[in-house]
Design a protein around this ligand. Structure first.
Ligand SMILES: Cc1cc2nc3c(=O)[nH]c(=O)nc-3n(C[C@H](O)[C@H](O)[C@H](O)COP(=O)(O)O)c2cc1C
Length: 219
């Protein structure tokens, strides 16, 4: 039998709702993917709190089908860079279809990934196909991809809110992360998040976001 307790919820005045919604948008719209990182270290505890925030995400049957491996060790970062560049050289050197390379063109990306060594932290996010349920019994997970995607969104927003920048990186395939980080085969690498501060003079591609009328309709 499930046990219940009263929800903690404070209903806000309408003008405060408006201003909070606007303030969050004003902040999150300044998030940009960064590909040129400084090596400045991140204060202890910041990433930990952002991971706690990610771990609050809604998810299938509350099985929380995610694992986050935080890498600060220079030697491990180097191994990840070497393995990622090997995959990326194949990707850019022939495996990627022309139409994919075509839409990537304006971002100026290539097989060189120095940021995997320069940035102070990498967070490898794994999607678990199996986990222990609340009774400690091993179970299959439900909607793991959707769940991990939402947790990754919470994490990226939390890191931005804490004054850090990120790169959502997906060297494909990413199975090398299981080997390097010692994660079991039931965990599939989902994203490799590069975390830190922008290098001095860092530039980002000029891009636009679709207006509201193009991404939503109201009935
Ligand atoms: C699932 C996913 C995978 C991505 N993979 C890469 C990647 O491997 N390399 C890269 O440079 N950027 C990658 N990006 C970043 C996107 O290119 C970037 O989010 C997009 O161009 C929009 O730019 P913005 O994040 O600055 O708004 C990825 C983003 C997502 C969500």
């Amino acid at each position: 039998m499930a046990e219940f307790h009263p929800l903690e919820f404070d209903r806000l005045p309408e003008d405060e709702m408006q201003s909070r919604a606007r303030d969050f948008y004003q902040s999150i719209k300044n998030r940009r993917t960064v590909r040129d990182f400084s090596s400045d270290p991140i204060p202890d505890g910041v990433i930990e709190d952002c991971l706690l925030a990610a771990g609050t995400a809604p998810n299938g049957a509350n099985l929380q089908p995610w694992h986050f491996s935080v890498v600060r060790d220079q030697g491990i970062k180097r191994k990840i860079r070497e393995a990622a560049e090997e995959e990326e050289r194949e990707f850019y050197g022939g495996r990627a279809p022309d139409d994919w390379l075509d839409v990537l063109g304006h971002l100026g990306t290539d097989a060189e990934k120095p940021f995997l060594e320069t940035a102070p932290a990498l967070i490898a996010i794994f999607q678990k196909s199996k986990t222990l349920d609340r009774r400690g019994v091993e179970t299959k997970t439900y909607y793991p991809k959707e769940s991990v995607g939402i947790a990754a969104g919470f994490l990226i927003a939390s890191l931005h809110n804490a004054g850090l920048v990120t790169l959502t990186h997906t060297p494909s395939p990413m199975r090398f992360l299981n080997e390097i980080l010692g994660r079991p085969a039931t965990e599939k690498p989902f994203l490799l998040l590069v975390v830190g501060y922008p290098a001095a003079g860092c530039e980002v591609p000029e891009i636009t976001k679709k207006p509201l009328a193009e991404i939503a309709d109201f009935h």
